[in-house]
Design a protein around this ligand. Structure first.
Ligand SMILES: [Zn+2]
Length: 132
C-alpha cells in the first residue's frame, strides 16, 4: 500500500503545534497531560494525521506511565516498529504504517497476553467513540 503523504502546509493546517511536533518530529507530550491518558471510553483510536485505525479501546489499559497504553495494535501491520537510539537509550519507536507519523514507543513490560506496552502519545491519536 503506498504511503500517505502530506505537505508541511497541510499538516500545519490540520494539526495543533503539539500534534505536529509529536507526529513529525518524534516529540513526546509530558506525562499525565495527554487527553487520552486515563480515558476509558470505548472506541477506535485513529491516527491524528491520516485517520487510519491504530488501536482499540479493548486493548487499552492503565499502565500508570502517564501515557495511553495498549497491549496490541488494532491489526498487525497498522503500525511499524523501528529501533530508536536517541537520548542514549535503545527503545523501539512505533510509527503509523500508513503515513509514518510518530506515535510513541513499545516496551516489553505490558500485561498478558502479549506482554507488550504500546506507550502512545495522546497527541498522535484521535478517539472515535463507538456509539457514533
Ligand atoms: Zn497515519
Amino acid at each position: 500500500m503506498p504511503r500517505k503523504t502530506f505537505t508541511e502546509e497541510e499538516l500545519k493546517a490540520k494539526l495543533t503545534p503539539q500534534q505536529y511536533e509529536v507526529t513529525q518530529h518524534a516529540g513526546t507530550e509530558p506525562a499525565f497531560t495527554g487527553i487520552y491518558n486515563s480515558t476509558k471510553e470505548k472506541g477506535v483510536y485513529r491516527c491524528i494525521v491520516c485517520d487510519e485505525p491504530l488501536f482499540s479501546s479493548d486493548t487499552k489499559y492503565e499502565s500508570g506511565s502517564g501515557w495511553p497504553s495498549f497491549w496490541q495494535p488494532i491489526e498487525p501491520g497498522k503500525v511499524e516498529l523501528h529501533e530508536d537510539r536517541s537520548y542514549g537509550m535503545v527503545r523501539t519507536e512505533v510509527n503509523c504504517a500508513s503515513c509514518g507519523a510518530h506515535l510513541g514507543h513499545v516496551f516489553p513490560d505490558g500485561p498478558r497476553p502479549t506482554g507488550e506496552r504500546y506507550c502512545m502519545n495522546s497527541a498522535s491519536l484521535n478517539l472515535e467513540p463507538m456509539d457514533k
